[in-house]
Design a protein around this ligand. Sequence first.
Ligand code: PHE
Length: 344
Amino acid sequence: MQNKIEQYTSEINSFQPADAAELETFRIRFLGTKGLIKDLFEEFKTVSSEEKRVMGKVLNEFKQLAEGKYQSLKESLTVESETTGTEADLTLPGEGFQSGSRHPLSLVRKEIIEIFKKLGFNVTEGPEIEDDWHNFSALNFPEEHPARDMQDTFFIKKGGEKGDIALRTHTSSVQVRMMENGKPPFRAIMPGRVYRNEAISARAHCFFHQVEGLYIDENVSFADLKQTLFYFVQELFGEGTKVRFRPSYFPFTEPSAEMDISCTICKGDGCQLCKYSGWVEILGCGMVDPNVLENCKIDSEKYTGYAFGMGIERITNLKYQIKDLRLFSENDVRFLQQFQSELI
Ligand code: PHE
């Protein structure tokens, strides 16, 4: 009996059917009602009780081996015939494929650009590696002025020394380039990546994205600035969103302000997001300082203008209630997939 089982075992292990018919022959030979396993169990009844103790286990294991082999061969043959060859079922759903989606920051940048385009703003871009003039001096940051520390700058060393080349800390540098290279009127927005030397946390990162805007013409007033930004907020966050302006300071604008909107979550009633104030800050703005216009060879007696700047991450956080800035750059598919439906 032991010998037979050993012989059958090697036969089963090497069995590889060419088609379903051969597998069926296998089944009948080993597992059928008149099959070899049935015979072995009959034979088992006749052996001595001592032998039974040993053979019982061997026999059961052999039965399991035959059944297992049959099941797995049956499954692989079914899968094959369903998906290939003449027996293929053409009504089965096709294999899905993963499609990419736009990054939330791209979605929001696009939305912001669309709104300003409707108001007649062009889109302008500039270099991320900037010189001191375009990032600071032309924008009325005096040499050694503490305002330069407001924006922790990554300087690029030249021959081991801190030169005047840096990663831009804001896209205001693009405003300078535009004013230097053209003639007023100017009406444009500048989207782009900016860099600041900050420790990475849920609320700060060493790079982020901005959209700044500039409008320069004759007789541009603070009222124009307010109305433009009010319209922008209604379009982006919905009708009825309130705005308020608080006095602030930037070297390149005078007067300067920060703009808050009524909290997108509690609508002003007070919640964790707005720290129970009902308001959240979204951007900085102001009237372009005449010194900046003069630095760019624009007659500040004739022309006035406004400028504003916002962080795309901040706006995206508010729109989608994202609480951790790091999510934007970690490329976690579970995060990115949530924007799948927003393919545009
Ligand atoms: N450049 C400012 C910043 O990065 C934002 C700003 C732009 C403020 C234009 C006022 C006017 O913080």
